[in-house]
Structure formats: structure tokens, C-alpha cells
Design a protein around this ligand. Structure first.
Ligand code: FAD
Length: 496
């Protein structure tokens, strides 16, 4: 056990009903309304309150009885992509919020929302105030297609489109034009399928979710009847998972539209595929090639909307209408595959195909962005270079979540990689590589800095006020929640 831990074992004396430590170290209540811990407890600061931030905090707090964790978040509201990414019709996924809330309410954890790290406070300032800083600020940029016409009206990134229907304040103005019949989504991962499903989902299902009211109104008026989900490679290489594909297959009032030719050789290849890939591919083959039973056929005949996975195509150009203002279609290059399985490459055949559409949504990946010039950043991989979460050449600096690994995997993947980062940090504390013996001021000095800069943090009890307003707004109209859509609106409720 490190000397530090020994020091703390003698300090766990709390006089109930007061906010004073018997040892008389530090007394009082900090800005988040939590009783202050000791001035010489190890202080860790986490940047970002998505799954990575909360899972890192959870592991640190559970593993050591003395660590204090402060989470700084740019927005006034916590939970990152659980609030602003996960589809509104996936409420069960959002249950992780209950665990995050327990962590946030822990006596050794504090939440400071409305603090834009890199702008309101620098990483260097945080490093001076804390023994360790964990960067968990996710992947808020998006990869561009790099094709002509990308800036035409009617072309959106999935990141913005998802942000719009989920109430991300920066996407509030998007108001996408849904007056066209065909939408093309580029990319075949789970985000692409989420977008396709939301575009085609019957309104009576969506209106019982926490989708924002402006998105619900726009989707109720939407003329989109056909969604094509386009991928560079073939059925065996799609990036979505079976749950999301099954949801498309079963989506009421829709039928699949797939080209049998895209599935040449796929049935024969099934036997050699690993199990999850095999089950996914079997479902695709069944949907694309098998003659459905009577009931399913009847369902498909009645459907007013179609969706399809379109394979072996890459975007070449977004085609405009004669005024050169709006999207009128997309030119796709036809590919063939070189090699097989996951490592196969799409190679251009020289052929192209034009598809008429009024909406193009590119879902080819999120990417992390640097937020502070003092932090090493690998702009090729768009991650912070790290070794098991330890930022390279920056002692006391760590990273977790999508910033550490790149934007792949589900919340459970993020949880595991965040626990790994927390383990690295704890190992460094125990081994003395991370020196936690000098007293650090933690949130006290940062709060003073923010105060001077006119930044008013939103603490967790303020978020709970926002939360309860959103829930009661939702309840009034039969939704689980009606989100506040602007930072100003959130701050107003927080300050009441
Ligand atoms: P984020 O969740 O992005 O959290 C980063 C946080 O950092 C945000 O709160 C952000 O506001 C904050 N931040 C950014 N910059 C700053 C700054 N400068 N200062 C302070 N704070 C900052 N997984 C599932 O398991 N099931 C699903 O159904 C599912 N659906 C998804 C749908 C979409 C559209 C997307 C994109 C992902 C989905 N995922 C899903 C994956 C899951 O959301 C991620 O695994 C997870 O959110 C990554 O966590 P993170 O904490 O690294 O990033």
C-alpha cells in the first residue's frame, strides 16, 4: 500500500450532520454542494461526461477510498452521446444514465457542466490544479466525403442529423428538407441504420419517444419514402450489428429493396464466417433473397415505404439541380472486391451509376478533434496517442473512450476501455509514477478561475432541475421527456 493510502486510512472520520473533517484539513462545501474532502486527497479531473467520463470516474471512486473526481463538461447537461447520439426509440440503452447518476451523486464526485475545456480553462491549468487529468471528450467532428457537391443544400452529416433529432443545441437550426422521395445514406454502420430507421419510422411510434418536437413535426410532414443505405464493400463486410438490421427488417410499413446480384457467392461463404457475422449475413440473405411467407408477403405488399442496402458503391459526386443549389442526386462509382472477408478492399471498376435523391446523409464516421495545443494529438488517426490510456509524453495526463480508441464500439466497449484507463491511473498512483503527495487545490482553484472569466458552472443538482423540467414537459404530451433545445434555455432552468 502506498504511503498515501496509509495517510488516508486515518482520515475517514466524519462527524455526521456537519461538513467538517475531524482532522481539520479542509472544511466546508464546494461549489457543487458536496462536502469537501481533504486538501491532500488525490484529485483527478475528467474532461467530458459521456460514458467514458462516467465509467472512468466510477472505477476510480470504487477502487480507492480517497480519490476525489471532478467531471468538467462543455454542455450544461451530462451524458454525452447517451443523450445526443443514442436513437430516441432505444430507451433501454439510456438506462446507463441511472448508473452515471449514482456516480455523479457520490460524495467524492462532482459535476461541472457548462465548462468548455480548452476555451474556458486550459488543460495546463487543470494539470496544475489536479494530480491527474483524464481526457474523455469523445469524437465530435465528422469525416468528410471529400467529393464535389458535398456543400449543397440537402447534404448532411449523420452526426448533425442525429444531433438534430436528439436536441443537440448546435444542431437546432438544421431543419433538414424532407420534401424529397428518396434519401441516400452513405455508410452501413449502426448510426446509418439508426438514421434510416428514424427517417422511415411511423410517427405513432416516434411520438412516444424523447425525440424533439421540431424533429417529430418535420418527420410527420416528411415525403421520404425510400432510403438507400450505401456501402463501399459487400454484404459480408457491413459494419452494422444484427439488432439494428433486425429492427430495419421488422420496421412497420416498410419493405426491403435489395439487389440479388449483390449477394453472389454470399450463401456459399456463410459456413466459413465467425458466428456473429454469420448470423448477421444470414438475416441479410434471408431478407434479400428468400421468398417471404404469406403473412410477410402481405405485410410487404401493404408497405408504403422501402429501404435497401446497396453494396459495392462509393460516392463520386453529389449532383445538383439546374440552379446549382439543391441536391438532385448522387453519382456512385461501382466497385468490385479484391480479397475476401474483413480485409478485402473495394476497387473501382470504372463504371458509375446515378441515383436520383433529394437528401444525402453521410455516415462515414465521427472523429475526435484536438481541444488544446498542449496535448499530443495524432491527426492521422484522430486520437490522442496513448499507451493503455496513458497519454504519450505527458505524465499525469490520461485518456479514455472514443478519444482514446477512435469512434468505434458500443457503450459496453467504451466502458471496458475506460476501466482500463482507470486501472492504468491507479497503477501509476500505487507505483508512485504519478506523485500524489503534493497537495493540489482541485476544483477550488478552477472555480476561482472560471468565476474570474464569467463562466458559471452547472452542478449536478442544477442538471436535476433541468431534468425534472424536461420530464414534466414530456409527461404533459405522453413522452418520456421533452428536451430543452438551447444552452440558454438549459441555463435558465439551472439557475432558477
Ligand atoms: P461522448 O459520449 O461523445 O462523450 C463526450 C463528452 O465530452 C460529451 O458530453 C461532450 O459534450 C463532452 N465534451 C466535448 N468537448 C468538450 C470540451 N472541450 N470540454 C468539456 N467537455 C467536452 N452505443 C450503444 O451501446 N448503443 C446504442 O444504441 C448506441 N447508439 C449510438 C448512436 C450514435 C448516433 C452514436 C454516434 C453512437 C452510439 N453508440 C451507441 C455508441 C456510444 O454512444 C459511444 O460508445 C459512447 O458514447 C462513447 O463515449 P465517450 O464518452 O467517449 O464520448
Amino acid at each position: 500500500m502506498s504511503g498515501h493510502k496509509l495517510l488516508f486510512s486515518g482520515l475517514k472520520l466524519w462527524t455526521s450532520g456537519t461538513s467538517r473533517w475531524i482532522s481539520g484539513l479542509h472544511d466546508g462545501v464546494n461549489k457543487s454542494g458536496k462536502a469537501c474532502f481533504s486538501s491532500c486527497s488525490p484529485k483527478v479531473c475528467i474532461v467530458g461526461s459521456g460514458p467514458a467520463g462516467f465509467y472512468t470516474a466510477q472505477h476510480l471512486i470504487k477502487a480507492r477510498q480517497d480519490v476525489e473526481v471532478d467531471i468538467y463538461e462543455r454542455l450544461p447537461v451530462p451524458f454525452g452521446l447517451v443523450r445526443f447520439g443514442v436513437a430516441p426509440d432505444h430507451p433501454e440503452v439510456k438506462n446507463v444514465i441511472n448508473t452515471f447518476t449514482q456516480t455523479a451523486k457520490h460524495s467524492r464526485c462532482s459535476f461541472y457542466g457548462n465548462v468548455n475545456v480548452g476555451k474556458d480553462v486550459s488543460i495546463e491549468e487543470l494539470r496544475q490544479a489536479y494530480h491527474a487529468v483524464v481526457l474523455s471528450y469523445g469524437a465530435e467532428g465528422n469525416r468528410s466525403m471529400g467529393v464535389p457537391g458535398e456543400d449543397l443544400a440537402g447534404v448532411y452529416s449523420a452526426k448533425d442529423f442525429v444531433g438534430w433529432y436528439n436536441g443537440l443545441p448546435s444542431c437546432g437550426e438544421l431543419s433538414p428538407d424532407l420534401s424529397c422521395e428518396t434519401a441516400v445514406i452513405l455508410g452501413q454502420g449502426n448510426v446509418a441504420l439508426d438514421v434510416a430507421r428514424i427517417l422511415l419510422c411511423p410517427i405513432d411510434i416516434l411520438e412516444k419517444t424523447d425525440i424533439t418536437q421540431p424533429a417529430l413535426d418535420a418527420l410527420a410532414e416528411s415525403q421520404v419514402r425510400r432510403v438507400l443505405i450505401v456501402g463501399r464493400r459487400g454484404p459480408i463486410q457491413v459494419a452494422c450489428t444484427i439488432k439494428e438490421l433486425r429492427e430495419m427488417v421488422n420496421l412497420p410499413d416498410t419493405r426491403p429493396e435489395m439487389a440479388a446480384a449483390d449477394f453472389e457467392g454470399v450463401t456459399e461463404a456463410l459456413k466459413d464466417l465467425p458466428r456473429p457475422r454469420k448470423r448477421l449475413t444470414e438475416l441479410m440473405v434471408k431478407t434479400a433473397l428468400e421468398i417471404p411467407g404469406e403473412k410477410e408477403q402481405e405485410r410487404r405488399n401493404k408497405a408504403s415505404r422501402t429501404w435497401g442496402l446497396k453494396f459495392f458503391r462509393s460516392p463520386v459526386e453529389i449532383l445538383s439541380d439546374p440552379d446549382r443549389k439543391r441536391t438532385a442526386g448522387i453519382r456512385l462509382a461501382v466497385n468490385r472486391l479484391e480479397g475476401s472477408g474483413d480485409s478485402s478492399r473495394a476497387v473501382l471498376t470504372g463504371e458509375v451509376e446515378d441515383v436520383t435523391c433529394g437528401l444525402v446523409i453521410s455516415s462515414i464516421g465521427y472523429k475526435s478533434l484536438p481541444i488544446d495545443p498542449s496535448v499530443p494529438f495524432d491527426s492521422h488517426k484522430a486520437i490522442v496517442p496513448n499507451n493503455m490510456g496513458r497519454v504519450q509524453q505527458a505524465a499525469g495526463l490520461y485518456c479514455s473512450g472514443w478519444l482514446k480508441t477512435g469512434p468505434t464500439g458500443v457503450i459496453a466497449t467504451t466502458m471496458n476501455n475506460s476501466f482500463d484507463t482507470a486501472r492504468s491511473l491507479l497503477e501509476d498512483m500505487d507505483s508512485g509514477t504519478l506523485d500524489v503527495s503534493p497537495a493540489k487545490p482541485g476544483s477550488q482553484s478552477i472555480s476561482a478561475l472560471l468565476d474570474k472569466r464569467g463562466v458559471k458552472p452547472v452542478v449536478f443538482s442544477d442538471w436535476e432541475k433541468i431534468d425534472s423540467v424536461e420530464m414534466s414537459r414530456g409527461k404533459a404530451i405522453g413522452k418520456p421527456r421533452e428536451k430543452l433545445l438551447t444552452v440558454e434555455g438549459m441555463l435558465q432552468e439551472a439557475q432558477k
